[in-house]
Structures are given as structure tokens and as C-alpha cells.
Design a protein. Structure first.
Length: 89
């Protein structure tokens, strides 16, 4: 008699099974989206620092060293390596 109860899927049985699975899947997708978005924000922040702020820092460093009478070696160039080999907009 008990085996008959477990062989017939009921609405409550299916709901009990699919509701936690669907909630976990939605939470996973939310976590994945936030993780990808955080990586994009960090990438854009580092690129902004390299392109906009480092030239000003180098200019200020040259001015300070000239005022102090210190000779500096050639300043390093900024090189970007695209590991994904795709263009970003």
C-alpha cells in the first residue's frame, strides 16, 4: 500500500520537490550575475586608473623630480593584454 503512494506524483509532492530546486537555481543565477558584474566593474576601474590617472601621476612625478634635482629613468609604458582576444566597447 505504501509503494502505491510514492509511485503516483501529486501536486504537493512535485511542489515540494521543484520549489527548493527552483529557488536555489534563481539564487545561483543572481550570484553569477553579481560575480560577473563585479569583475566588469573592477576591470573598468583598473583601465580607468591606467588611462586617466597614471599620466597625471607621471607628470606630477616628473615635476617634483625636476624641482628636487633628481633624474628619473624612462617612465614605463602602459600595455594592455587582452586575454580573451575579443574587443570590448
Amino acid at each position: 500500500m505504501l509503494s502505491h503512494v510514492f509511485t503516483q506524483p501529486t501536486v504537493t509532492g512535485l511542489l515540494t520537490m521543484f520549489l527548493p530546486v527552483s529557488v536555489q537555481f534563481v539564487l545561483f543565477l543572481r550570484w553569477l550575475h553579481r560575480r560577473m558584474r563585479t569583475d566588469e566593474i573592477v576591470h573598468d576601474c583598473v583601465r580607468d586608473i591606467a588611462l586617466n590617472h597614471l599620466p597625471h601621476i607621471y607628470t606630477s612625478l616628473l615635476a617634483i623630480s625636476a624641482k628636487q634635482g633628481i633624474t628619473l629613468h624612462e617612465l614605463p609604458m602602459i600595455h594592455f593584454v587582452d586575454l580573451n582576444s575579443r574587443r570590448r566597447s
